[in-house]
Design a protein around this ligand. Structure first.
Ligand code: GLY
Length: 382
């Protein structure tokens, strides 16, 4: 194993990296237990309240490791995290579109792995909330809530939301009631019409008139500007569309996911690790930061696509996913840095607000572990 078709390293021993990752996670679990690590500060994970959108990723990592090892400790910690999420589940004002991220990696996963009835109930409650955010006039799931006094964001929809839709697809599957899937597909059609550009890049935020449902304008959000290409948003789109195809078999979703995948892969820099936006001005070195979390999510998405595309196309997607993981491993893997609690260095959470820049991010770690699991013959949790 040496260099792939793009001239990047493909050197990666998934079993070895998995073992090193589990070793790191074990040390983090000793310190944080069933709390919710989000982003590192000086190498140490800060924990957030269970209401924060990232609360599912740590238990998701615990479930991935439990599924592989069968060691009870991981299951017990993941269950304790899920129970801590009962507080936000009962607080309507604090729940938003990210219910999918939060309850897919906790309750849906426990239900799928162990058949726990209480987990199914929790996940269906979360799915009902997510479906209830659907704006019928605009055919979009509303993003966020008015977090600040007077804030009006009832018309906002975001690309990230595609990754929350598997909760709705699962809800239709488990209940036999198609309405959850209808909402997910309607939101996806709006996303294809208003977010996806011809070149395979995507917008982050689109504003609609929440009364009439008419398109209003485009906002830059976590990207550099409204016309740029936020790297993690691109990864959310690729993975979300691929999963939409897996659940529905709708060919237009697979075509769209492939278009985004080609844009992502073609936009990667020489070292194979994306910057936080693919369209940063080349002459401003002060904003050129990597986002390993975008790379990790995209790697898992490419490996998912490899399972969905026609057989003749699968090797290319698998190779791209593996190359991306190998690049992340080579340039961002924190394996020999005991002082670093994260698996991957060099994530960027929110550059426009200068939050969590050049740190480890729990979602980057989750998707890296999930992609490794896929290379080791297991499935993802979404
Ligand atoms: N969904 C928020 C983010 O990607 O940062």
């Amino acid at each position: 194993m040496g260099e792939g078709e793009l001239g990047r390293t493909t050197a990666l021993d998934p079993d070895n990296i998995w073992a090193r990752a589990v070793d790191k996670v074990r040390r983090l679990a000793d310190r944080v237990g069933a709390r919710f690590p989000h982003a590192t500060e000086g190498g140490v994970y800060r924990c957030e309240e269970p209401h924060w959108w990232t609360a599912g990723f740590w238990p998701g990592m615990l479930w991935l490791i439990w599924r592989d090892s069968g060691e009870a400790r991981w299951r017990d910690l993941a269950r304790a995290c899920e129970e801590a999420l009962d507080e936000p589940l009962s607080q309507f004002e604090r729940l938003d579109h990210d219910a999918g991220f939060m309850w897919t990696l906790t309750s849906v996963t426990q239900f799928k792995l162990l058949g726990t009835p209480a987990s199914r109930r929790r996940a269906l409650t979360a799915a009902s909330h997510l479906a209830g955010r659907f704006n019928v006039q605009g055919r979009y799931i509303r993003a966020w809530n008015p977090w600040r006094e007077g804030e009006d964001n009832a018309g906002l929809a975001i690309i990230d939301c595609l990754m929350n839709l598997p909760l709705l697809y699962w809800a239709s599957e488990t209940t036999g009631d198609p309405r959850f899937r209808h909402v997910a597909l309607a939101h996806t059609e709006t996303t294809l019409a208003h977010f996806l550009r011809a070149d395979g890049s995507v917008r982050h935020i689109v504003r609609f008139d929440p009364e009439s449902g008419a398109f209003a304008d485009v906002l830059g959000g976590q990207g550099y500007n409204p016309d740029s290409a936020w790297a993690r948003g691109t990864a959310w789109a690729m993975y979300g569309l691929a999963l939409g195809y897996r659940y529905t078999g709708r060919g237009e979703l697979l075509q769209a996911a492939k278009r985004v995948a080609h844009f992502f892969v073609a936009s990667l820099p020489e070292d194979g690790v994306p910057e936080w936006d693919f369209r940063l001005p080349p002459d401003d070195g002060s904003i050129r930061f990597k986002d390993s979390s975008a790379g990790a999510c995209a790697a898992s998405a490419l490996l998912e696509l490899a399972e969905l595309v026609p057989a003749a196309e699968a090797p290319a997607y698998r190779r791209w996913g593996r190359e991306l993981l190998a690049s992340l491993n080579a340039h961002c893997g924190a394996w020999d840095r005991r002082e670093e609690e994260g698996l991957l260095l060099h994530g960027t959470g929110h550059w426009p607000e200068r939050r969590n820049v050049d740190v480890s991010l729990i979602y980057g770690d989750y998707f890296f572990l999930e992609a490794l699991a896929k290379l080791r013959g297991q499935t993802g949790l979404f």
